[in-house]
Design a protein around this ligand. Structure first.
Ligand code: MLT
Length: 409
């Protein structure tokens, strides 16, 4: 009989957000009148900006005419979008990139999950704990995790605990690691790293010849000057870091799908003979074989986010979600709950009032009909916390907070 990839057997039964959906569905099935408010998965709720919709329509119409129809596009993305990214997201911050360093894709989730396959299975991987589960599980699938222990840790992965005691700043690993996943502003804790704090990681990677996989999916939510928008704002980062960005949370593209990954030309890794190789070439090789690019209308729509009108509309949406975050924080304070984050990120990390993450999840679902994400789903150090997302409507956010405030803890 055909053999399976046994690494999959190390994984938990289901992906975190599938498990939550199942629980919510079961509850709704038993309580059809319940008006459930989702503050769980970080999915946007505001429609696409008008500037984006108009560009999207125009591009679809182009596909209807012989003269403007487009078949396969470049696997790396159309130059018009890659240029717009370089000019708008990087140049104003003093970061110079070339076209060949920008790869368009259909999501940061796919890219952060796929990137590991261009590196050896023998590499040691470090993740922050709690963490976005995709980084861990994609490495487990590839055989870098090993078995899961009773505490919920994969044996061969290095966990960097982020706790209230260390201000959710990951400690440098005690043993040398090869690949380090960092997500800032952070999902799930909603906290961020200053330039000096991020510099420590770039220095570590330079000293240890490690590679940082930097997920900047929530970059657009940064409100404070002291927080860097790109890891390349730190000197030396081009030699040690890959950066992932997305239009999902920035411009409401979760259902449209468009993201990009930066792989600098200076970034190198070696083979077992000690010969160095350009990581950019490997990623390009991987993408050209396994990916046929993002659809033309989607790329045109993404490029429209950089127009004056697109930028204004995006800022409006981000402001709206961040006002939700403020309302959540204010109400949690009134409820006497301890919380973190929500200042430079759309997530608020809340300490449970003396119960486990799943117990608090159940209480909020059953007694307030509010869905949150249990912290333990993000790793062992997420136990005792839940995550609240600020991506709902104002009305639902306010309603959810009123309901939570009405509970007895
Ligand atoms: C989350 O809720 O953590 C995110 O929405 C998941 C994702 O972006 O894939």
């Amino acid at each position: 009989m055909t053999l399976i990839n046994e690494n999959y057997l190390h994984l938990e039964e289901s992906y975190l957000f599938s498990k939550i959906n199942q629980k919510v569905e079961d509850y709704q099935g038993k309580n059809p009148e319940a008006n459930i408010i989702s503050m769980g998965i970080g999915d946007v709720t505001r429609p696409l900006p008008h500037a984006v919709i108009e560009a999207f329509h125009r591009a679809v119409d182009e596909m209807a005419e012989k003269e403007t129809f487009k078949g396969y596009g470049p696997e790396q993305g159309y130059p018009f979008l890659r240029r717009a990214i370089i000019e708008n997201d990087y140049k104003p911050r003093g970061v110079k990139l070339s076209l060949g360093e920008v790869f368009i894709s259909d999501g940061a989730k796919c890219d952060t999950a796929n990137i590991q396959e261009i590196f050896s299975k023998d590499n040691k991987v470090a993740i922050t704990d709690p963490v976005y589960p995709v980084y861990v599980e994609s490495n487990v699938m590839a055989g870098r995790g090993g078995p899961l222990d009773k505490e919920g840790r994969y044996k061969n992965i290095t966990y960097l605990p982020c706790t209230a005691e260390n201000n959710f700043q990951p400690p440098l690993p005690e043993e040398r690691v090869d690949l380090i996943y960092l997500c800032y502003p952070n999902n799930p804790t909603g906290t961020s790293l200053t330039k000096d704090q991020l510099r420590e990681w770039v220095d570590y990677a330079m000293d240890n010849k490690s590679i940082i996989l930097f997920d900047g999916a929530y970059e657009a939510y940064i409100q404070e000057e002291r927080i860097p928008h790109s890891i390349y704002e730190i000197e030396g980062a081009r030699e040690v870091a890959i950066e992932f960005r997305s239009f999902s949370k920035t411009a409401g593209f979760t259902g449209v799908r468009c993201a990009y990954t930066i792989v600098p030309e200076e970034l190198e890794a070696e083979d077992t003979q000690g010969k160095t190789h350009q990581v950019n070439r490997l990623w390009n090789r991987r993408q050209t074989t396994k990916f046929n690019g993002v659809s033309y209308p989607v790329q045109v729509a993404a490029a429209a986010t950089y127009t004056k009108r697109g930028q204004r509309e995006i800022q409006e949406s981000i402001g709206y979600y961040m006002e939700n975050a403020r309302i959540i924080r204010e109400n949690l304070k009134e409820a006497g709950l301890e919380y973190y984050g929500g200042v430079n990120a759309p997530y608020i990390w809340v300490k449970t009032p003396g119960m486990s993450s799943w117990e608090f999840f159940d209480k909020l679902l059953e007694e307030a009909q509010v869905v949150v994400t249990p912290g333990t789903g993000f790793g062992p150090h997420g136990e005792g916390y839940i995550r609240i997302s600020a991506f709902n409507s104002r009305k639902n956010t306010e309603r959810a907070m009123e309901r939570i405030k009405g509970l007895e803890f």
